[in-house]
Design a protein around this ligand. Structure first.
Ligand code: FES
Length: 159
């Protein structure tokens, strides 16, 4: 049976280096969480517990900050973030077909990740490029007038 995330162990050495760097700065929880997320890719609970213990800040407060800001992720994410726009312009041009094809062919459900954590899929509402509908953003790259099968072929080529 695979270990749960809670049981999973994390290398805390990089975290200790971050905490050391901010040790004289009061109220540095946001930059600490930003740096922590850069290292681990998200904010795993055991790592948050360690921050709580070392900074003597209740875990509930740290989780409160982490859930308040959209930039923080409490769930492990894939190496590539696929954001499919389902705003009105993209919706009428078939955005949900793209979502279905990604789900089916890359085993990546909406607002979830593929089993190998290569991809995560998010549905967003208007990326401000309606003229290019349907729009998908993969990591930082914008794909306009997407065709689901072609997009999936491009996604499969990513490392
Ligand atoms: S609706 Fe998709 S970019 Fe505006």
């Amino acid at each position: 049976m695979s270990e749960t995330l809670e049981e999973q162990t994390f290398d805390l050495i990089p975290l200790l280096a971050i905490l050391e760097e901010y040790k004289n700065q009061k109220g540095a929880i946001i930059p600490i969480l930003q740096r922590t997320q850069e290292i681990y890719g998200y904010l795993p609970k055991p790592v948050l517990k360690e921050i709580s213990k070392r900074l003597r800040i209740p875990i509930s407060r740290i989780q409160g900050v982490a859930t308040f800001y959209a930039q923080f992720h409490l769930k492990r994410r894939g190496r590539h973030l696929i954001r499919v726009c389902d705003g009105t312009a993209c919706h009428v041009k078939g955005a949900m077909k793209t979502v279905d094809v990604i789900h089916e062919q890359l085993q990546t459900p909406p607002n979830g990740s593929s089993p190998d954590y290569k991809y995560s899929l998010e549905i967003v509402y208007c990326l401000g490029s309606c003229g290019l509908a349907p729009v998908v953003v993969v990591d930082d790259k914008v794909y306009g007038q997407t065709e689901p099968d072609k997009l999936v072929r491009q996604l499969k080529r990513l490392e």
